[in-house]
Design a protein around this ligand. Sequence first.
Ligand SMILES: [Zn+2]
Length: 273
Amino acid sequence: MTGNKNRNLKEWWRRFRAWQENPFDYTNHSEHTIRCANCGTEFRDNFCPRCGQEASVGSIGWHTVRQGILNLWGMDTRSLTFTLVQLLLRPGYLIRDYISGKRQVSYPPVNMLFIVAIANVLASELHKTLYGNAEDVEAFQGALAFMNQFMTWAQENTAWCTLLVMAFFILPTWLLFRRAPRYPRHNLPEGFFLQVYMATLSLLIDTVAQLTVLRINILFPICYIVTYRQLFGYGLWGTLWRLFFCVAIGTMLIIIAFIAAMFLFNAETLLAS
Ligand SMILES: [Zn+2]
């Protein structure tokens, strides 16, 4: 009985791993030449090469109703919903697919970041209404007036702020992971898209945290480990020590940038007064 259960579990895990690595099926399922119901082109493939309509479009039936409802929920390949599901269940593989040229597997990442950021703002508003405003932003004075300005800006521009923080990890990621076994010689623009996905993932997790009051945002470092492992293909320790230095360098860069910005800001206010 338990042996059977174990085998089922193993089989399920094997299938899940295969799905994580590659959830898409692009084999040609057509058995004979068909005429496109939309534009009349004759072809033998899953989709019409001229207008892009699906080959299997027949008369309207119950399957069309089902498909229509699924489309409403956006569960087709490039949809936002399915991309978010992938981001949660196969983050590193999704990012590798996208930056290595499989653009069809993902909703456009920058758009996705801003949509998730809007959801995040709505969720935190809801959180405030339901549970009260627990964490008030402290008011700083004098030299730290810049801190106030920054905090206000950060609250109003969740997407930009998250992306700005993640952007400091582009360079260290490149330095430490550019010889990775699974994704060697990645470049800085690819690093930018990696951080766009990471920013989206962090906002997505924070949104769920706001709505459920589960403090799952503390799990976010684990997301980085899992994602970088899937994307770059180092072992657990290889990923861990590289990420440690990544965070150390990234944090240092953030502090330097923050101090520089603070000096610029203060110089500006001093000149103005
Ligand atoms: Zn056609």
